[in-house]
Write a protein that binds this ligand. Sequence first.
Ligand SMILES: [Zn+2]
Ligand SMILES: [Zn+2]
Length: 67
Amino acid sequence: METECYYCRGIVLANEADDILLDDHADHSVYMHKQCGKSHDVIKERTGSTAAVEIICPECGAVETRQ
Ligand SMILES: [Zn+2]
Ligand SMILES: [Zn+2]
């Protein structure tokens, strides 16, 4: 299956720590590079005791949290 970045259409790799895959999510899958999501302000990194990343789905606006 092709996994294209939602923003730049580059290939997103599932085994890359910096790539974001929203594949178990609603009825659509969204992939993006972390840097692309950040530049479009849909990725928020939370710092503190539990470092997590919040991703806002550009398709439907749902917020996903990743460790
Ligand atoms: Zn990209
Ligand atoms: Zn969505």
